[in-house]
Design a protein around this ligand. Structure first.
Ligand SMILES: *Cc1c(COP(=O)(O)O)cnc(C)c1O
Length: 435
């Protein structure tokens, strides 16, 4: 039985709130966040997890690395480049600068020369046109799914969307393309079979009731064996004959071909092969912010931009700014990670491994985000005991390794080289924690 109640020594809330560092944190983080941290430190002392004398120092320590968001930056050591659970593409320095610049008042819908209202997002549209000259015009919306919904709604509501059965995909998190199209008020006209669809299947389905022909890139799986699909080039004459738009949902967002990913469709090729418009994501292989892009024939882009639904799926100023900077700027982190030199990755992995007495193993990274399934990205990983993984995830900085085959693997492909020292410190701390 303790005679002195340990809780008596716990600093009072008002005393803590008036500390200069705490007052400063209240202006930075807001009262609510700071009070929650104060309560948390006091609660830990009440439970006996913290010495009452350390409440103040623990609070100050917490505040020093707190931010107004509870989202925590993570070092991605999985080797998966477009990691959906980690927010897909990390932004380039140029995109981050653009985003910060756009965070205040910004001329997103204003012509500063004339003082008159301008079209929203003209700069992002111009950057996309410059990066993909095969596109007469471009439109930026909220995400890839929104781009597809807008295109099918504007072109096919009350009519039919003709699509191959082999392309009725589920993208992820239960998101199914057929459901999405049905929600637009367009009817799905399925043609062909799961493994084989021929030109005559499309021809038989076309008529006055057709709104558009849709080609979907089945980005997250591959059908092998006895298969047949009809490409955009073969569909082009048919679309022209019936006067219906040919839409291609590409998914990944490559604007031009990437020799590393020969199976991955890109906007320039799809448009020159005959698509009237293509839709794609901004935060997959393009390496930008969450956004959806529609690129292609000016007349169709205008129809989409004028449709009432366009207002409901419009991109915000931050996404527009970051997308423009990504498209116009130097190679985005996603592109760099994809094309990282295996020898360089090995050198970095060996340096990290040597510093903590671990070994290095060959390890294939992946494109991720449902893109280029089965395409290995040759690289290396530092191999640690599996138990290190949890300590790494909950450390500071948080590190997400790959847990595989009873080991914790650190693939440096998606870790910026400038962060190697931070990663090493995190690994040392995690090894210390598990003892
Ligand atoms: C990812 C993807 C989408 C959806 O794009 P979001 O940006 O995630 O909304 C649509 N179609 C295909 C083929 C995709 O790969």
């Amino acid at each position: 039985m303790s005679q002195i109640d340990p809780r008596r020594g716990i600093p009072r809330t008002d005393a803590l709130l008036t500390l200069p560092a705490v007052a400063e944190a209240r202006t930075r983080l807001g009262d609510h966040v700071v009070r929650a941290l104060v309560r948390d430190a006091q609660d830990r002392a009440r439970r006996g997890d913290l010495d009452p004398e350390q409440v103040k120092s623990s609070l100050l320590e917490q505040l020093s690395h707190s931010s107004a968001t509870t989202l925590r930056p993570v070092l991605n050591a999985t080797g998966v480049v477009v990691h959906t659970n980690l927010g897909r593409a990390p932004l380039s320095k140029a995109a981050v600068d653009a985003l910060v610049a756009a965070s205040g008042y910004v001329d997103v819908e204003l012509d500063l020369t004339t003082g008159a209202r301008s079209q929203r997002g003209v700069a992002a549209r111009a950057a996309l046109r410059a990066a993909c000259p095969a596109a007469e015009d471009a439109l930026v919306v909220n995400n890839g799914a929104a781009a597809l919904v807008l295109a099918t709604t504007a072109l096919s509501a009350g009519k039919e969307v003709v699509v191959s059965r082999g392309e009725l995909i589920e993208i992820g998190a239960g998101f199914r393309l057929p459901d999405l199209i049905a929600s637009t008020g367009a009817a799905l006209r399925e043609v062909g079979t799961t493994n084989r669809t021929h030109l005559r299947d499309y021809a038989e389905a076309l008529g006055p009731q057709t709104g558009c022909i849709l080609k979907v890139h089945p980005s997250n799986f591959a059908v092998l064996g006895f298969t047949a699909a009809v490409g955009l080039r073969e569909l082009r004459p048919l679309a022209s004959e019936y006067g219906v738009p040919l839409v291609a949902d590409l998914g990944s967002g490559l604007l031009g071909p990437d020799p590393l990913l020969p199976e991955e469709p890109d906007a320039a090729t799809a448009l020159s092969d005959g698509a009237d418009v293509v839709t794609a994501s901004g935060d997959k292989l393009l390496g930008g912010p969450q956004a959806g892009m529609v690129l292609g024939r000016a007349e169709i882009i205008t129809r989409l931009a004028r449709h009432p639904l366009a207002r409901a799926v419009r991109a915000d100023k931050l996404a527009l700014a970051a997308l423009e900077a990504t498209v116009a700027g130097a190679a985005a982190p996603v592109t760099q990670a994809l094309h990282a030199d295996p020898d360089h990755l090995r050198t970095r992995a060996e340096r990290l491994a040597a510093a903590v007495g671990a070994g290095v193993v060959a390890h294939d990274g992946r494109v991720g985000g449902g893109g280029a399934p089965g395409v290995p990205l040759r690289g290396w990983a530092v191999r640690l005991p599996e138990a290190v993984a949890a300590a790494l995830r909950t450390g500071e900085p948080a590190v997400l390794p790959r847990v595989h085959d009873g080991a914790c693997l650190l693939d440096l492909r998606c870790v910026p080289p400038d962060d190697d020292e931070r990663l090493l410190a995190a690994v040392r701390a995690a090894l210390d924690r598990i003892g």
